[in-house]
Unconditional design. Sequence first.
Lengths: 317, 739
Amino acid sequence: MKPFTYERATTPAEAAAAVVRQPGSRFIAGGTNLLDLMKLEIETPAHLIDVNGLKLDTIEPTPDGGLRIGALVSNTNLAADQGVRRDYGVLSRAIVAGASGQLRNKATTAGNLLQRTRCPYFYDTNQACNKRRPGSGCAAIGGYSRQLAIIGTSDACIATYPGDMAVAMRLLDATVETVQPNGAARTIPIADFHKLWGKTPHIETALTNGELITAVTLPRPLGGTHVYHKVRDRASYAYALVSVAAVIQRDGTGRVAIGGIAPKPWRVEAADHAMPQGAKAVASRLLAGAKPTHDNAFKVPLVERTLAAVLAETRAA
Amino acid sequence: MKFDTPAGQNPIDQLKVVGRPTDRIDGKFKTTGTAPYAYERHDVAPHQAYGYIVGSAIAKGRITSMDLSAAKAAPGVVTIVSTLDMPKLPVSKRNIAPLFGGAEIDHYHQAIALVVAETFEQARAAANLVRVQYARTPGRFDFAALAPTAPLEGGSSGEGSGAPPVDRVGNFEGAFAAAPVKLDATYTTPDETHAMMEPFASIAAWQGDKVTVWTSNQMITWAKEDLAKTLSISADNVRIDSPYIGGGFGGKLFLRTDATLAALGAKASGRPVKVAMQRPLMINNSTHRSATIQRIRIGATRDGTITAIAHESTSGNLPHGKPETAVSQTKLLYAGANRLTSMRLAVMDLPEGNAMRAPGEAPGLMALEIAMDEMAEKLGMDPIDFRVKNDTQVDPEKPERKYSQRQLIECMRQGADRFGWSKRNPKPAQVRDGQWLIGMGMAAGFRNNMLTKSGAKVSLDHRGVVTVRTDMTDIGTGTYTIIAQTAAEMMGLPIDRVVVLLGDSDFPASAGSGGQWGANNSTAGVYAACIKLRETVAQKLGFNSGDVEFSGGKVRAGNRSVALGDAAKGGDIHVEDHIEYGDLGKQYQQSTFAGHFVEAAVNAYTGETRIRRMLAVCAAGRILNPKSARSQVIGAMTMGVGAALMEELAVDKRFGFFVNHDLATYEVPVHADIPHQEVIFLDEADAISSPMKAKGVGELGICGVGAAIANAVYNATGVRVRDYPITLDKHLDRLPAIA
């Protein structure tokens, strides 16, 4: 870990401005991912701006019947919120499928969205990684890639977005609210928030320098049955091999988003339209153009089978 | 005391303290954080500096240059010890990979420097400023590619299992060819790591030419000898102290980099230095259980009598390394007139393969006990009946050697009753529970019992308190408690009148902790010392030692009763003795046995396997403390779940290293994976083993578990997976059609 300086911000605009003032700054909230990366010198911020005091930790209804989740609401509180559990069950279920109780107590809504990949070559600083050092190459390609992405990858990077919460948010068509260093607010649809790697895998989100997430807004509830089915080698405390977030209506229509297979929560609207036709039809649309490796080719059938499990579960319920 | 005839009646047989479920006497210290582990020994030496290890970024080649200038100039840096400062250090006989010194790189994350600074954070920051240039040379990293041409190689695990390059009885090939029912199948087990909670950690301090190392090590005498050899100093100048150990599983049997570099760093900086190996270095820097490819052939008559059995295993290791002795148990476990075992060893450039909990038997049984299940199915027999049919009460290779005790049949029969084995549907893939396919499986467990010399010193003071000193270690196993129970039983005291001090090389040399030999041998050593103390006490108190009774803190004979402490009125009494063994171990085959039972659920859609319940019935001689023994067995069963379902070091065959080298990516079971475990110990006492009549259990618990799980998975799905771990991708495309 490199030495760094530290300050506490008191307003979102002040925090955003502070980042620009000090080159090499990063925001810190729960720190569950950033501190680990700093210890390994994968992240080497010169300055940390603690945003925990910004009072962005409430969950409130929006005028159009949705929910506005403050950036600093902990994963624990978000998953336990009555309104979330009643109207957005898939979000609550996705959150509790991730990490551990201790981590969810510390982790925040905005921080979780920004969780970085768990690709083992990204974590091993002896290895080439275009995320860590743009242009150095990708040791994961041709290496051990069981956990890595099967779709949306590029010749520069095959890492996976590791989170669960964002998969549910993608399913729910959430919107990310931010404030920029000049004080201007903007909203980013979650579909556009995480970037495909392309030639620039070190650029992971749509956020610009200094831009601070202030909230995530959910649209009006969808009704239906909410499912989050996470598949993994052990029963807890493991990243998804594949996860399926789904909301399914009584008439068999619905929508689905997949975790563990792509640089971002993976949703294809055309696949949603195929929901009444069953898992095979949906999966083939979701995974059109997939380029799995030898190690992770099993994720292709696994997506379809997990989706079939979800549909069966929903029918049974 | 030499133990060369079977034990008769002795004071341990009273079982007032021994044999009773007893809380660990160190438990309160560990649960309250007052048992200091090696890295926390802040008080033992003042002014400690912090060392941070730099590991090699390549797996094979040499260092061409190392630039330390930026690191040396970093804040707080005291000194940097570079591998280029010295020639390759002597390699002790128990290490294979060199620990430090010279420019040659033999494996990934080999230590190449220690940065010593005032704080841990400063040392870490400076370590990242060390700039190293390497010249890579090609390495041998692809085990599957190397295995077919690997030469024959015999060897011993050093932990009670071993086999020659080729071992034959009768005519295997002829009998196998003639057998009406036969199996020829190949099984693989992956590289595995110990993944103990406490990392390698040491503090070293020099006084003149003497060094003291406060460390975390299973084998104190080995550590002392091997550190002396590595540093080219006299063993008399080395003191090792390791009273508390946060898990080892074989990873801490040997001198490792932490102790070596702490000593070198302390020498270079002229002050005490502490070193904890960083978690990401733990796996590639140290030893691991080597992957195996195992071919098993079994031939039988139609009534299920084995007529031919062969087990051939290939593993890989560094040059001069030893094989994983996976065929060892097959020499002993089942009858059969015509037998063959062989081992091959591929020379590789991955990190060192060495002992991990039940080396040999653990991976060997993972293969053999699936083969037995497959064979039983071919014969149309119940898997237990097939094993019973081929039980042997003698060493099948040397029938004149009887087993000292062998109750494998009882383990399996009792386990079957307790587990509800009769409810198992022998036809696979028949039982459903919602989305889950349900199956039951069983396997035999087998692990040898090792006899090895072990010493102790016992002291008595005027208050009647007995203090035991031995360099024995407690690696989380409950050793403190069983030693206290032994001394209490021998001296007629409650357990709280016994003090146990362990892990200091100034104490008498003991068996140490490994190969599940610790409990029986270390307590037998304490027994020997206590016999001597009883004689000394009786003599001091003027008793004729033949008919003296020690109980309730008193020494009695006839009508006379004296407080035990009175013997030490004139000053503390100290006696020392050890247990050593005659040839009972040669005359008799001494082993421990288990019947493992598992119910597993496999998701019909996703192929995920989740354990529902587990049972182990163990026959392992006298159980000294049923509570800590149970903890050992359930821990080993848990480790068996890991081996069966998730643990695998992933090899990067291009760059030659284990990629998943942290606890996030090397998965071991979590609580949610282990819903229900039960352990039953058969009521045994093996008088041929030692005066304690005990054996080991800590490794028996893992032996066979993996196969019991594999067999349960097969019973659930009808898909046989022969390559561990049984992750969902191994059977996903072959699962029964979803209804």
